[in-house]
Ligand binder design. Structure first.
Ligand code: NI
Length: 185
């Protein structure tokens, strides 16, 4: 168990397309997950992707089972380890097409900043847990946003690449002066 260094935007390892995990329930994989959980908790992150600690694998973790001090108004998302994920955009019931919604995001690899980022409001996602058991969920809103943000890391994408209105991109301390001082990234 160890807190690992989080790579910052500009590091070329954040821009790779990650490789699929091929061996499940190994000591190596469980150790990686354990290190990622320690690292996410130490940084109060809503999620973390393996490329953010320099590991070139399709593995993300997210969720806290409790309110997150960096996102105090966000509803709890169940703690999840998701491997080799596949996301499918879904239309909300009664809608013909998937809806895209702008909301605020931050990233541990882009400390001190937030931006409004468009994400699909409702998605289905599928993948595997570290034991190789399948995970399948249909989710909305903040949960859907977190999954899309983390899975973007596996495609070498950071949220600033999706910002379309740069008046809605700035320093957390300016945009949200009341936010907990510890929530600076
Ligand atoms: Ni991120």
């Amino acid at each position: 168990m160890a807190v690992r260094d989080i790579l910052l935007m500009g590091d070329p390892r954040l821009f790779r397309v990650a490789k699929p995990v091929t061996a499940f329930d190994t000591d190596e994989l469980h150790l990686l997950v354990s290190d990622m959980l320690d690292t996410m908790h130490a940084a109060n992150g809503a999620g973390l992707a393996a490329p953010q600690i320099g590991v070139d694998l399709q593995l993300v973790i997210f969720g806290t089972n409790a309110p997150n001090p960096r996102y105090p108004l966000a509803p709890p998302v169940p703690r999840t380890v998701l491997i080799n994920p596949v996301i499918t955009p879904l239309a909300a019931p009664g809608d013909a097409d998937p809806q895209w919604v702008d909301d605020w995001e931050g990233c541990l690899s882009v400390p001190g900043l937030r931006a409004k980022v468009p994400r699909c409001q409702r998605i289905h996602y599928a993948g595997f847990d570290p034991f190789g058991d399948p995970i399948e969920r249909t989710v909305e809103d903040f949960h859907a946003r977190v999954v899309q943000h983390e899975c973007d890391h596996l495609q070498g994408k950071l949220y600033p690449m999706r910002v379309h209105d740069f008046t809605q991109f700035g320093f957390t301390s300016v945009l949200f002066p009341g936010l907990d001082a510890a929530a600076d990234d």
